[in-house]
Write a protein that binds this ligand. Structure first.
Ligand code: UT7
Length: 332
C-alpha cells in the first residue's frame, strides 16, 4: 500500500442541543416507568428535545456548523465538502447535508448524507478522511445530527426513555505531520441484525399509508436484548483489537469515546478494554442517545481537557447492525 500523503486531523468542534429538557419524571407521566428504572437500566436522567414546529434535524445541524465555523474562524466559502451522518433527515430527499450547507452559507462544496445508524458520524468521519488524505479536499465539515424525537413512540416505554435530539460537527483538515489525526479505523456491518432494530414503514418497501400510521410503524422498532448483547461484544471487540494492533496499553490510552446508547454497554466495553473510568467520556445522563450526535457532542464537551497528541479511541454500534472503531491522535 502506498504511504498516504496527509493525515486527516480534527481542527475544531461545534455542537447544539435544543433548550427543552425532557426529564424521566415527564416520561413517567406518559408511560408506565420510573426515574429509578431508567437510571439503573439505561443511565439517563434527561434528554433534550427539539419542540419547534416544522423544524427538523437541519435546524440543529445548522447551529452546530455555525458554531464550528465561528470557533475555527473559517469562512463558509472555504469549506469544500460537508458530509452529514444522520438517521432522521429533514425529508427523504434532498440530503440534509445540502440543507445544512445552504443554511450556513457553504456554497463551494459538495456533500451527502450517510446513514449507518448510531455509527453514522464515525462512518462519515472516515469517509471524509479519505478525501482529506488524498489531498483533493482541504476543509471538510462532518456533521452528526438527529432529531430522534421525530421517530420515537412516546407510548412505548421500552424505547421512549432512550433517545434525545442534538447535533455536533467537526472540521477535518490535512496535516503532513503523521503524529496527529486519524490513524486507523475498523468498520463492519451485519445486515442480518436489521430485524432487531429498524423503522418498519416509510421507505420504498412499505410506503406510508393510513394503515402504517395507525399501526405506529413509523417509529423506532427495537428488540432491546439482542441489540444490547451485540453492542457490548462488538464495541468491545473492535476497541480491544485496536489497542492491540497499535500496542496501546490500558494506561497509555488518554480517552475512550464510546457511543452513548446505554450506560451498562459503556461500562462493559470499558471493562473489557481494562481502562479506568476516568478516561471514558460520558454524557448519556443528560442527553440520552442522540444517535449520530453522541460522538461530536462528547468531543465538544471534553475539548478543553483533551491535549495535543492525546490518544483517543472512538467506538460505535447501532442499527444495521453497523459498528466500528477509530484510533486518532488529537491535533490541537
Ligand atoms: O444506539 C442504538 C442501539 N441501541 C442500543 O444499544 C440499545 C440496547 N438495549 C438496551 O439498552 C436495553 O435492552 C433496553 C434499555 C432497551 C432495555 O433494558 P433491558 O434491561 O434489556 O430490559 P428488558 O427489555 O429485558 O426488560 C426488562 C423488564 C421487562 O419487564 P418484565 O417482562 O421483566 O416484566 C420490561 O417490560 O423491564 C420492563 N421495561 C420497563 N420497565 C419500566 C421495559 N422498559 C421499561 C421502562 N420502565 N421504561
Amino acid at each position: 500500500m502506498t504511504e498516504k500523503k496527509y493525515n486527516a486531523v480534527i481542527t475544531g468542534v461545534g455542537g447544539y442541543v435544543p433548550d427543552y429538557v425532557m426529564t424521566n419524571q415527564e416520561l413517567a407521566q406518559k408511560v408506565e416507568t420510573s426515574d429509578e428504572w431508567i437510571n439503573t437500566r439505561i443511565g439517563i436522567k434527561e434528554r433534550h428535545i427539539l419542540k419547534i414546529e416544522n423544524e427538523g434535524t437541519s435546524y440543529m445541524g445548522e447551529r452546530a456548523v455555525k458554531q464550528l465555523l465561528e470557533k475555527t474562524n473559517t469562512d463558509p466559502s472555504e469549506i469544500d465538502m460537508l458530509i452529514c451522518g444522520i438517521v432522521t433527515p429533514d425529508m427523504q430527499f434532498p440530503a440534509t447535508a445540502n440543507i445544512i450547507s445552504d443554511k450556513t452559507g457553504i456554497k463551494n462544496a459538495f456533500g451527502f448524507d450517510l446513514n449507518a445508524g448510531c455509527s453514522s458520524f464515525l462512518y462519515a468521519l472516515n469517509a471524509a478522511s479519505k478525501y482529506v488524505e488524498s489531498g483533493t479536499h482541504k476543509k471538510v465539515v462532518v456533521v452528526g445530527a438527529d432529531k430522534m424525537s421525530s421517530i420515537t413512540d412516546y407510548t412505548d416505554r421500552a424505547t421512549c426513555p432512550i433517545f434525545g435530539d442534538g447535533a455536533g460537527a467537526v472540521l477535518l483538515e490535512p496535516t503532513e505531520d503523521k503524529n496527529y489525526g486519524l490513524i486507523d479505523t475498523t468498520m463492519q456491518v451485519d445486515g442480518s441484525g436489521r430485524k432487531h432494530l429498524h423503522q418498519v414503514a416509510g421507505g420504498s418497501q412499505k410506503p406510508a399509508s393510513f394503515q402504517t400510521v395507525l399501526n405506529r410503524e413509523h417509529f423506532i422498532y427495537q428488540e432491546g436484548q439482542p441489540v444490547f448483547k451485540a453492542a457490548v461484544s462488538k464495541m468491545a471487540d473492535v476497541s480491544v483489537d485496536m489497542m492491540k494492533k497499535h500496542n496501546i496499553a490500558a494506561d497509555e490510552l488518554d480517552w475512550f469515546v464510546p457511543h452513548q446508547a446505554n450506560m451498562r454497554i459503556i461500562e462493559a466495553t470499558a471493562k473489557r478494554m481494562g481502562i479506568s473510568k476516568d478516561i471514558v467520556m460520558i454524557n448519556i445522563h443528560k442527553y440520552g442517545n442522540t444517535t449520530s450526535a453522541t460522538i461530536p457532542l462528547l468531543l465538544l464537551e471534553w475539548e478543553d481537557k483533551i491535549k495535543k497528541g492525546d490518544k483517543l479511541i472512538i467506538a460505535t454500534f447501532g442499527a444495521g447492525f453497523a459498528w466500528g472503531s477509530t484510533y486518532m491522535r488529537w491535533g490541537y
